[in-house]
Design a protein around this ligand. Structure first.
Ligand code: UD1
Length: 340
């Protein structure tokens, strides 16, 4: 059986994708993670949900020698799904060099490795942050990219360019770039979800932690030029994002791709404000959320949501879960954490 290498497999989207890969395919899976913002018990949750074994390697992808040495026994690699990266907009504003160093070195090392081994299929985690403050919404894959609002977003723009240029001089490579909008929620069982070891910066884990008294939510601005004054995002269930990776991988393996590098937006296509997220959470959790409204956060775009037609038609992907389900599963996961 052929092998898929998943980097960042202990992380939020990575672990949900491991679950889908192990449950829905027969591939041999090798996960690489250095637990920079996750913990090894994430793998235990994946194993409990899939009843399948997979190999795990604890290395920093920025160390090229470690990568080569630790993968020397892994044979028959069909492809790489590359999640491992730093992902916080505010942290990237505070320490840009760290973000450029980590997110770009890990990618270039992996591509060098892919070239050495002639690994033909590559999936890259990009982000809607590449659009910056787009002139027109919804954004399609053809929308002109504006200047990134944060170093995090810029590392994703650069990552996409690296893959495009790499593929021109290495035409054996077939790549899919997936631009995630805002992945939230947890596995439907409530037994796997976002569990950063560092303090979370993302809205939904902060909401659920606030509801159990472990955090306090400050909403970053309600004076934006949006219908209710709050920032607008396209929230998408993490299991829908995970499922898109299975479809994207099969798209490459079955050679359905029309281009060497294919780009897809992964969102529901619906713009939702921070206030609407809070209201949905309050409704499904039957919990009143105490929060304050503070100043805007540096690096935030005002509004972004996508046209997902291309992913629907080309990949045959359909997002299944709505905002209430995203909030309900995130809440189930938080309660699970409280009880264990
Ligand atoms: C960004 C990327 C997204 C990526 C994510 C990874 C954009 C547009 N999106 O999401 O693709 O997956 O980083 O981290 O760049 N908020 C508060 N209070 C808080 C936290 C957040 O009001 O304490 C608000 C933010 O201002 C924003 C919304 O909630 O309007 C979502 O923020 P967050 O969850 O941090 O994600 P983004 O920064 O939008």
């Amino acid at each position: 059986m052929k092998t898929i290498i998943v980097t960042g497999g202990a992380g939020y989207i990575g672990s949900h994708t491991l679950i889908e890969l192990l449950n829905k395919t027969d591939y041999n899976i090798v996960s690489i993670d250095n637990f920079s913002n996750s913990a090894a018990n994430s793998y235990d949750r994946v194993k409990a949900l899939t009843k399948r074994e997979f190999q795990t390697i604890n290395i920093d992808l920025c160390n090229e020698n470690d990568l080569r040495q630790n993968l020397s026994n892994v044979k028959d690699i069909l492809g790489i799904i590359h999640f491992a990266a730093f992902k916080s907009v505010p942290d990237s504003m505070a320490d840009p060099v760290l973000y450029y160093w980590n997110n770009i070195n890990s990618l270039t090392n992996l591509l060098k490795y892919a070239k050495e081994k002639q690994i033909k299929n590559f999936i890259f985690s990009s982000s809607c942050s590449v659009y910056g403050n787009a002139d027109e919404l919804p954004v399609t894959e053809e929308t002109l990219l504006k200047k990134a609002e944060s170093p995090y977003g810029h590392t994703k723009q650069i990552g996409e360019d690296i893959i495009e240029f790499f593929s021109k001089s290495n035409p054996w490579l077939n790549a899919v770039i997936l631009r995630y909008f805002n992945p939230v929620g947890a596995h439907l069982s409530g037994t796997n979800g976002e569990s950063p070891i560092n303090k979370p910066n993302n809205l939904v884990p902060i909401i659920t932690q606030t509801a159990v008294g472990k955090n306090s939510l400050t909403v970053f601005g309600n004076d934006y030029s949006t219908p209710d004054g709050y920032c607008v995002r396209d929230y998408i269930h993490v299991t829908d994002i995970a499922d898109a990776h299975i479809k994207a991988f099969e798209y490459l393996v079955k050679q359905k791709n029309k281009k060497k590098v294919s780009l897809f937006n992964l969102g529901t296509g619906k713009g939702v404000s921070v206030l609407e997220v809070i209201k949905s959470f309050e409704k499904v959790s039957k919990t009143k959320l105490n929060y304050t409204v503070g100043p805007r956060r540096a690096g935030d775009v005002v509004a972004v949501y996508c046209d997902n037609t291309l992913a629907r038609t080309e990949l045959g992907w359909t997002p299944e879960f709505d905002l209430d389900n995203m909030m309900l599963t995130a809440w189930k996961w938080q309660q699970n954490l409280e009880n264990n």
